[in-house]
Design a protein around this ligand. Structure first.
Ligand code: C2E
Ligand code: MG
Ligand code: MG
Ligand code: MG
Length: 295
């Protein structure tokens, strides 16, 4: 009977897997075309200082404007780009484009001088041997000051090869670049182990922020993360702030910075520019524009 049930299950399971495989292969082909065809664009999500809600910078987040499927989220294609190695060109493109954009803002707006640009680095990007040289080159050609750039790396990425990671992070720090640990709490690292690495900021994963006001225990977890980070000399950024009550709690817990839909969704460069100047966002709840934004 069990065997029969298992067989029945298999019949349902196989076509689904095939569909999935075909879909992945199609997506991979599309991704190769997209990398050469300029189908990617970058959106910018404001990061604010929580005690006064002042803008301190932006996180660059890549989007794929697929010709048939519309805008696709990075959660869907970054893992595939990582697996196929296409992340190398894509990551370089995001870094270059966002540095160029920030550099242009700096040239035209006094309000942009102190803003910091945060860019995500995937595991494979981080381990590439010419990473430091390639970033130095991008900073030079875009005119972006190193100390206005922050790289976001997950704990899992630096844990994968801790010795090499310490060395690489030190070299990035020597350039003047800041380092954030992204999605903190979702990996397997311990806080004390992180002490080995030259870090500036720790980003609490949005899953913790989301649960924070549901039970006192969850709030205690966030509190513990913030306190430990402070004891290690790191400043803390909370991801996924969606309500004013969350900002209030985070303020009480002395969390320095926040980012989330409550302040703004990730927006195209043109709207980010308006945000810097101090204009209200054109359409905070609107869909991202289907254009590659150049400022
Ligand atoms: P991440 O680096 O943790 O980025 C934050 C994610 O949280 C973004 O999702 C952002 O849109 C989302 N978010 C921000 N505030 C809120 C909120 O209040 N509520 C909710 N529910 N979500 C919020 P996004 O843009 O879909 O990016 C997903 C992930 O894809 C990123 O997570 C990052 O790991 C990766 N990614 C995005 N752009 C790049 C890139 O250029 N390079 C690399 N290597 N990875 C990237
Ligand atoms: Mg990030
Ligand atoms: Mg994150
Ligand atoms: Mg996250």
């Amino acid at each position: 009977l069990a065997k029969q049930a298992g067989y029945g299950k298999l019949k349902v399971f196989v076509p689904h897997m095939l569909d999935k495989a075909v879909e992945l292969m199609t997506l991979e082909n599309d991704l190769r075309r997209a990398v050469s065809g300029n189908e990617f664009f970058v959106e910018y999500q404001p990061i604010l200082s929580l005690h006064d809600s002042k803008l301190i910078g932006f996180e660059a987040l890549v989007r794929w404007n697929h010709p048939e499927r519309g805008v696709i989220s990075p959660a869907e294609f970054i893992p595939l780009a990582e697996e196929t190695g296409l992340i190398m060109v894509l990551g370089r493109h995001v870094l270059e484009e966002s540095c160029r954009t920030m550099s242009a803002w700096r040239e035209t707006m006094p309000q942009a001088q102190d803003l910091v640009l945060s860019v995500n680095l995937s595991a494979r990007q981080f381990t590439q041997s010419d990473l430091v040289d390639s970033i130095r080159e991008i900073l030079k050609t875009t005119g972006m000051p190193a100390d206005r750039l922050k790289l976001e790396i997950t704990e899992t990425t630096i844990m994968e090869n801790a010795e090499a990671a310490v060395d690489k992070l030190n070299r990035l720090k020597e350039l003047g670049i800041q380092i954030s640990i992204d999605d903190f709490g979702t990996g397997y690292s311990s806080m004390s182990y992180l002490q080995k690495f030259p870090l500036d900021h720790l980003k609490i994963d949005l899953s913790f922020v989301k649960r924070m006001d549901t039970t006192p225990e969850n709030r205690e977890i966030v509190k513990a993360i913030i306190n430990l980070a402070h004891n290690m000399g790191l400043q803390v950024i909370a991801e996924g702030v969606e309500k004013s009550s969350q900002q209030d709690i985070l303020n009480t817990l002395k969390c320095e910075y926040g980012q989330g839909f409550y302040f703004s969704r990730p927006v195209p460069a043109i709207d980010a520019k308006a945000y810097i100047i101090g204009d209200a966002l054109a359409e905070p709840e609107g869909k991202p524009q289907m254009v590659i934004t150049q400022v």
